[in-house]
Design a protein around this ligand. Structure first.
Ligand code: ADP
Length: 740
């Protein structure tokens, strides 16, 4: 090999070596850069990790310190709980009463000393002991005085009480005479808190009070008995004084002597009233008053008292009104004398303490379910001086008068209301009062009395021609009562306070005028005269509170009825009934239309089924003035036969008859009539007036109902109303004139 080739070779090799070097350097550089990047990343990670480690370390530190604070707090709380518990127990320990609590399995959890002291040193009674075991200790160790009860019975009853969800309190008497009241309360979880209250002082105090009360009552009774005796003793010589002064008055006396005797008599009588009050009061107090119930007429009793009070009321210009429930029986069983005494007192007070206006006695009653007892509410309302609110509570007390300058002028013992209240209480009722000073008072009382339904007054059924009534009275309360009564009987009413107003308003639609007599502008008779002058023919009823008010009035012939106020219901009903008959008869056509072919009309056919001969006679006599054809049936069977053969226009049917009674006979007749056929009106006649009877009678198919004893006016009204077109009018001329 030549040099050149060697040089060339060397150059090539050097070039190759240089290229390799270059490549290696590039590689080294790249590796270096990668290394650098890696180192940077590593370094970043290290920085990050270090920061994280720091955060964790910081948090750790914080948690550690929080923990320390919490620990501290728990420690403080714990101390507080301990203190509270100590205080609580300290308090529970210091109270005189026993306190314990038990778990749901009836084991004692804890108890204070007072509770444990009940068991007087028995060591076993303490936390952990069961309640049944405690009961056993109580009996066996004689801690509790169980009287005559057998120990086992006492324990079982006490355990039963304890096991109830809400055990009722019970009282234990201990061996040493102490009394404990046990109050146990069960919580939702079943734990029981038990309190044992020492009530020995209260029990002792109560016993002392009871003894003192018995002694006081005995003393009061003795005093009342003494008073009763005394007043009785005083009454005997007082009767002598009054009686003799009365006799003395009838002897020849000069004026001065007469005055002396009158004074003795009046004073004696006044004293007797006071003594009677005291006697009554002390009798009730000494439990010596016995009620004597008997049937009596309540409505009449009220009207008798009204009569007695009427002169005093009239002198003052006060109106006395009675509003007696229209559908209430009249006869009740009660001590009439005592009820009269109560009413006299309340009504007398009302008149005494009223200077103008009115006194209204209102009686309403509700029959008790399944009983013939009626709860009667009687109220006495006045427009008098009234009673101040603060005095109301005292007026039923003894010798309590609302004393002030205003009423010192009123006489009285102040015993009337006390006696009334005691009598009402004795009757099982109650009394109350509502009053406003200056406006008036309303005294009310409630008593239950047996009603005698057989003596009920039944409101009349007014004929259809009595539809509208006009009431004229200057006093509103009277207008209201009258309007209510007439409306109850089925009439529509309009009311006016004066005759002038009535004259202005009256027209042909009014069928009846009921007017007061004494009115400011024009009295009742003047009103009647004016109406007749103007051609009004309607029936007029005049009422007045004065007696014999119409005696000399020439207008008396213009009115159909005169009534004294307040009017008993029976009287009002009878007058209305009479007016009703008059109107029914007047409504009959005067001039019947001529029949075809001029045949005269037949008489109305009336069948009366009545087994009693005397009653048949009475009935025949009652209707003898009527132009009717009358046949009698003596029992239900005959009534059915005559219904078919005689074809009556109206049947009066006695209810109790032999062979077949009235209800059954009516049933048969209705069956014979069939559906849609002619319907003969049948009127029941019965002596029984119980509501249930009435319902049964009407349910049996009868149309009307009349109670015995029969009233002519009622019979006439029914016959008049049912007279068919095919028959002649029932009225003879004489009858029509009588009834009109
Ligand atoms: P007396 O009427 O004999 O004084 P009462 O016992 O009957 O006794 O009444 C007690 C008091 O009650 C009366 O004195 C009177 O002050 C008051 N009082 C009773 N009724 C009424 C009444 N209707 N209006 C106002 N005060 C009355």
């Amino acid at each position: 090999m030549n040099l050149a080739s060697k040089l060339a070779e060397e150059r090539r090799m050097r070039l190759a070596a240089e290229r390799l070097l270059e490549q290696k350097q590039a590689e080294l550089f790249a590796a270096n850069r990668k290394l650098g990047q890696h180192a940077r990343k590593l370094s970043n990670e290290i920085v990050e990790t270090r920061a994280q480690v720091k955060t964790v370390r910081d948090e750790n530190e914080k948690v550690k310190s929080d923990l320390t604070v919490a620990h501290h707090k728990v420690e403080i709380a714990h101390q507080k709980v301990e203190i509270a518990e100590r205080r609580l127990w300290h308090s529970i320990e210091t109270i005189r009463d026993g306190f314990a609590f038990f778990d749901a399995d009836n084991h004692m959890i804890a108890a204070n000393k007072a509770y444990l002291a009940l068991f007087d040193g028995l060591e076993e009674v303490g936390p952990g002991v069961s309640y049944p075991r405690i009961l056993q200790f109580l009996v066996e160790e004689g801690v509790v005085d169980i009287g005559d009860t057998a120990p086992a019975d006492w324990r079982s009853s006490m355990l039963k009480r304890w096991q109830q969800p809400a055990p009722p309190p019970t009282v234990w008497r201990l061996w040493n005479g102490e009394y404990y009241k046990l109050i146990d309360q069960r919580s939702h979880g079943g734990d029981v808190v038990s309190l044992a209250l020492n009530i020995s002082d209260t029990v002792r105090y109560e016993k002392e009070l009871k003894d003192a009360r018995t002694r006081a009552e005995d003393a009061a009774r003795a005093k009342a008995a003494f008073l009763a005796n005394m007043s009785h003793e005083i009454r005997t010589p007082m009767n002598g004084v009054v009686g003799m002064s009365e006799l003395l008055r009838d002897t020849t006396l000069d004026d001065e002597q007469q005055l002396y005797v009158d004074t003795i008599k009046n004073s004696g009588e006044a004293l007797l009233v006071i003594i009677n009050d005291i006697l009554d009061y002390s009798k009730i107090e000494a439990d010596k008053l016995v009620l004597r119930p008997e049937p009596f007429d309540l409505e009449r009793t009220i009207h008798e008292i009204v009569m007695l009070l009427q002169p005093a009321a009239r002198d003052k210009g006060i109106d006395l009104a009675v509003d007696f429930d229209l559908f209430l029986p009249t006869t009740f069983t009660g001590d009439r004398g005592r009820i009269r005494q109560i009413l006299t007192n309340l009504m007398g007070n009302a008149v005494k303490f009223t200077l103008s206006g009115h006194v209204l006695i209102r009686v309403v009653g509700v029959q008790r379910e399944n009983s013939s007892d009626t709860d009667l509410h009687i109220s006495i309302e006045d427009t008098g001086i009234g009673i101040a609110k603060e005095k109301l509570a005292h007026i039923f007390g003894e010798f309590n008068q609302v004393e002030d300058d205003r009423n010192r002028k009123f006489e009285g013992t102040g015993l009337g209301l006390a006696i009334s209240r005691k009598l009402i209480t004795l009757m099982g009722g109650e009394i109350w009062v509502d009053s406003e000073e200056g406006k008036g008072s309303c005294f009310g009382f409630r008593i239950s009395l047996r009603a005698d339904d057989t003596k009920s007054i039944h409101p009349p059924s007014l004929p259809k021609v009595m539809r509208r009534a006009m009431v004229v009275d200057s006093l509103e309360v009277n207008r209201i009562i009258l309007a209510k009564q007439l409306e109850t009987l089925g009439m529509a009413t309009v009311s006016y306070p004066s005759a002038g107003e009535a004259l202005k308003q009256i027209d042909g639609s009014i069928d009846l005028l009921v007017t007061d007599h004494t009115m400011p502008d024009m009295d009742g008779f003047e009103l009647a005269t004016e109406l007749r002058k103007r051609g009004h023919e309607l029936p007029i009823m005049v009422l007045s509170s004065s007696v014999n008010f119409a005696e000399k009035d020439p207008a008396i012939g213009l009115v159909q009825a005169l009534l004294q106020k307040p009017t008993p219901r029976s009287e009002l009903f009878a007058r209305l009934q009479d007016i009703g008959v008059g109107l029914s008869l007047a409504a009959l056509p005067d001039d019947p239309a001529p029949l075809a072919q001029g045949t005269p009309k037949r008489a109305m056919r009336v069948l009366a089924a009545e087994d009693n001969r005397t009653n048949q006679l009475v009935f025949r006599k009652m209707v003898k003035t009527l132009d009717i054809d009358l046949q009698f049936a003596s029992n239900g069977l005959e009534a059915i036969e005559l219904f078919q053969s005689y074809d009556p226009d109206l049947i009066f049917m006695d209810i109790s008859m032999p062979k077949m009674d009235g209800k059954e006979a009516t049933g048969e007749i209705r069956a014979l009539e069939g559906n849609g056929g002619k319907h003969v009106p049948i009127v029941a006649l019965t002596a029984h007036a119980m509501d249930s009877d009435r319902d049964a009678i009407l349910a049996a198919g009868l149309d009307h109902y009349l109670t015995k004893p029969l009233r002519k006016a009622e019979i006439f009204a029914v016959i008049g109303e049912n007279c068919p077109d095919a028959a002649r009018p029932i009225a003879h001329e004489e009858t029509a004139a009588q009834s009109a």
